[in-house]
Design a protein around this ligand. Sequence first.
Ligand SMILES: *Cc1c(COP(=O)(O)O)cnc(C)c1O
Length: 487
Amino acid sequence: MRPPAPDDLASSMPGLFCSPEERAVWEHAVTDALLAARASVAEGRVTPVVGVEILRSRLAPFDFQQPRPLADAIGFVIDQLKQGLVQITHPRYFGLFNPAPTLPAELADRIVAAFNPQLATATTSPAAVAIERHVIQAFAERVGFPDTAGGHFATGGSEANFTALISALSYANRDFVNRGIGAFAGPPVFYVSEDAHVAWYKIAVQSGVGHAGVRAVATDAHGRMDVAALADMIESDRQQGLVPVMVSATAGTTGAGMIDPLHACADIAERHGLWYHVDGAWGGAAVVSETMRGLLAGIERAHSITIDAHKWLATTMACSLFLTRLSGPLRDAFHIDGYFMPSSDHAVDPYMMTVQWSRRFIGLRLFLALAAVGWQGYGEHVERSVGLADLVAERLRAAGWTIVNESRLAVVCAVPPEGSRAVGDIARGVLDSGQAWVSCTRFKGQDALRICPVNGQTTADDVRMLVDLLNNVRKPGYGQGTRTEEG
Ligand SMILES: *Cc1c(COP(=O)(O)O)cnc(C)c1O
């Protein structure tokens, strides 16, 4: 299929809006152009061939003085996206956790754009609010929360984790809502492991506790929170006048897929009366799988949980779930008299309990995907990734590599055999080849390649190609005189 020539489209001359007949032409044309682009992305390089400087010069002619045909602008944009992205929809993108989105999620975005509902209040968008609540409740039940639990959709793990910290501060001291952190008898602090996501530092700034409020607890030999160290740190912090408010366990560290001891962390949080959060931004997706959800035992004891839908659940960006067993502190924190908002039921109004005000209807992506395949089908998607990760590990081991993380989630941290090039050089070699995308991480003081097969369309052949490439690129003489620069 080929997109119609821009000339065919120019005849309909749309400005900002158009007739239903013209719309049909535009939508079909964009659909065709995207089908062609997808095909070329899947067969092309995973890595970009142009950088920001070149793109800047290509953008210069768009001075916004003279209107240009929309069809030209769309064609231009699609071309730049084909050349100027790490293609995360590519089957050999073994990358960070945002994979190719599911079909239902992409279709959901189209449907949402057509209606463009405002989700601030249930009065203005009862259908959309009800659908999101339905999904939130299904996940809350799935993690083992009581049916009084609540939550909402957030733009990402960062927003959801920020929401958890606000809940914790409000739970620890109701006066926080009026007086901010000045309401506490000493500086409020919260606990994460040293392998937790570094976005916690930004969250600390946003909430007013600052970087000093992030207490990074040592990890054990496997990269999981050391609970004895956690207990000691809380004790000694208290003695020094700090005010602990939250323990956040990570269920699936970003670097190595390790799961902190969720029950032991819950015990300590409980003993000290602290808010207990589980950051399952990536690994929390294991709850959809019947065979894997047991890995998250203890998650049901959390006050709140983050699960990113735009990671392993493969929705479009940006989409995360914030689940909470106790909505009260959040409601206290975010309730304001929205006198101009048309609302009759603040108990279900998203703007009264969440960071955002105007909101996009992002939960539909997960609703449609779950409706289409059920827990079973979603579970198979997650299990399939683990199967591919096992295959990566097995083949690399057979070629003399060492796998340094013991994760049961779909991430492999691999160290090359003795005598290989440095890990960073190997990763760069893979990226330069354009054949695949992998990243580097540091695990227990050691550099490792990080390989994460979360794309639902990656095959065993793709794994074979990756492993061959890695075995090639790791050799000391690799790439001499063969490197090509483009653009
Ligand atoms: C990705 C990630 C985050 C940040 O989430 P965003 O969706 O990128 O905002 C937080 N915690 C963990 C464990 C993550 O993997």
